[in-house]
Write a protein that binds this ligand. Sequence first.
Ligand SMILES: NC(=O)c1ccc[n+]([C@@H]2O[C@H](COP(=O)([O-])OP(=O)(O)OC[C@H]3O[C@@H](n4cnc5c(N)ncnc54)[C@H](OP(=O)(O)O)[C@@H]3O)[C@@H](O)[C@H]2O)c1
Length: 282
Amino acid sequence: MPATVTFPNGTTAPALGQGTWNMGDDPRRRPAELEALRTGLDLGLTLVDTAEMYGSGRSEQLVGEAIAGRRDEVFLVSKVLPGNASRRGTVDACHASLERLGTDHLDLYLLHWRGGHPLADTVEAMEALVAEGAVGGWGVSNFDVDDLDDLAAATGGGSTSGPQTDQVLYNLGRRGPEHALLPRLRADGLPLMAYSPVEQGELARHPLVASVAADLGVTAAQLALAWVLRLVPDAFAVVKAGTAEHARENAAARELDIDDQAFVQLEREFPAPAGATPLEML
Ligand SMILES: NC(=O)c1ccc[n+]([C@@H]2O[C@H](COP(=O)([O-])OP(=O)(O)OC[C@H]3O[C@@H](n4cnc5c(N)ncnc54)[C@H](OP(=O)(O)O)[C@@H]3O)[C@@H](O)[C@H]2O)c1
């Protein structure tokens, strides 16, 4: 049974989901991308992460096409651009995303990164979207510990549902969040959502990862994914696959248990952060 993660509001979603950055941009790749997403859904990768930013809405349109007729299977995540994240702009942006996605609700709506609009305004808009049923929950992305402090001050007890996750860059080569952010999220009862878990393909080509993976009879991408998924139930991971073959390979990574020896080998190449590390983003 594939692992799931539960949000503070009690909703549960699969620990491994599908990312969609850079998808929908090239008409020649579209059939393969649709097949990849649908294959992922068939295999239980039913959390699908997109954003209004991705291809200026083209990713959301592609996702809408991929999930047409099977919306109920999907845990759908999208994001508002910081420049749109005013009280009114957040609501309008969400409705535009829903239109492109061909649905009447998102399961989760994230502030893509922190911008100039007061957090309290964004939070108020997010709560209004929850109240109207346009989103099941809301959260943030690329928030470091100090941003979470400010968010807590902005929600200030007036928030009825509160944030559900912080989607951040986290993988073997980006372990900074382990120092302070992950402990903070755990203390707040918020699951982390790791993006770029294979470092946009780089970890799938990394010689040391490939060699440790070969000893385990798996691919480097699978090992890198399984390494992030060791944090379940405290973390999700969203990986982007542009082909059905990659989607199948990634889905199979959920079955992989990394043994201690492999952990030690990976730890030598990718040590845990020695101290405070500012949150990185792509
Ligand atoms: N909140 C944020 O600011 C933020 C930032 C970045 C990303 N994200 C989200 O996180 C998702 C994932 O991150 P990402 O797309 O940046 O990078 P990623 O998922 O780490 O890597 C995607 C790349 O890895 C390749 N790949 C995937 N599976 C593979 C496999 N089994 N074997 C070999 N190569 C494989 C893909 O190639 P193919 O296309 O050929 O399969 C693609 O080039 C995004 O799509 C997006 O939804 C969010």
